[in-house]
Write a protein that binds this ligand. Sequence first.
Ligand SMILES: Nc1ncnc2c1ncn2[C@@H]1O[C@H](COP(=O)(O)OP(=O)(O)OP(=O)(O)O)[C@@H](O)[C@H]1O
Ligand SMILES: [Mg+2]
Length: 309
Amino acid sequence: MIVTVTLTPALDKTVVLPGFAVDQVNRIQSLRLDAGGKGINVSKVLKALGTDSLATGILGGGTGRYIENALQEMGIACDFAWVPQDTRTNLKVIDPVSHTNTDINEPGAPVSEEVLESVFEKAAAAANPGDIVVLAGKAPAGTADTIFADWITRFKARGIKVYMDADAALLIAGAKACPAMIKPNDAELGRLLGRSFSGIADLAAAAKELVEGGIETVVVSLGGDGALFVTKNEVLRGKGLRVPVQSTVGAGDSMMATMAHGAVSGMSFRDTCALAMAVSAATVMTPGTQAADMNVVRELLPKVELETL
Ligand SMILES: Nc1ncnc2c1ncn2[C@@H]1O[C@H](COP(=O)(O)OP(=O)(O)OP(=O)(O)O)[C@@H](O)[C@H]1O
Ligand SMILES: [Mg+2]
């Protein structure tokens, strides 16, 4: 079983608005609503890969209900903690005339210790020893930076593996608790280690440092330049696949989902990494935060180049 945790989900409202202009009346051409948030995106990609997960985290109000319904319609099991305030709506304005993509994001509301603890309990109740909990995204405003670190320690004490995708202070504290897997991009890795990198060998050495510190698997994603997959025994470099880019939103989440899918399906590490390259490239070919098309994944998979460093 895989459990995904999203503490700050959002209803993503994507509007197509040709000739978007400030200080004027703008008329929307088309609109779509998607359940968003990093853990939720991981659950969506897992579903597309044929792996079930339980989505937990915090939802509120009418927008929260919309997200829960949307996930349930996709066949994703949900067990969220509920708060009275509406889950935020994030507006994405796509202007096909000026080729711009403008994000207008609501701030998230703070939540109580009790609500956070109930999310931990839901995840811990659903996961058995050996299962994976994915902690992904930001924590609500005002939450201690050590929340993921504390949860990692507590999940590990129950034999549950944590895959973490976080940034900044959450990542720095969380990494010290040695989750089973982290997936920073190069900028996040820089913030984690407090330095910048000069090329692939330097990035691989940095990932290796973290593995030696006790994190089993470190995946460093490099956008269009591909990714590095580092464990105690293997250092693989996936070359970036050349694909037409529609939206890079969720590319990292699809990589996270595939790593978890490979682990629970008994795939080899190498096959899992190859699939992660294909799924993440297929994700950037789809608009918005929709999961990758598995037919595209099947076409891309033979094109993946994985090099042992
Ligand atoms: N332009 C691109 N072309 C091909 N593949 C891409 C491109 N951008 C991303 N990818 C694939 O997706 C993976 C993850 O992307 P990226 O490094 O941008 O993650 P990220 O910064 O965590 O993104 P996010 O957090 O927004 O999901 C990359 O390692 C790569 O395999
Ligand atoms: Mg990311």
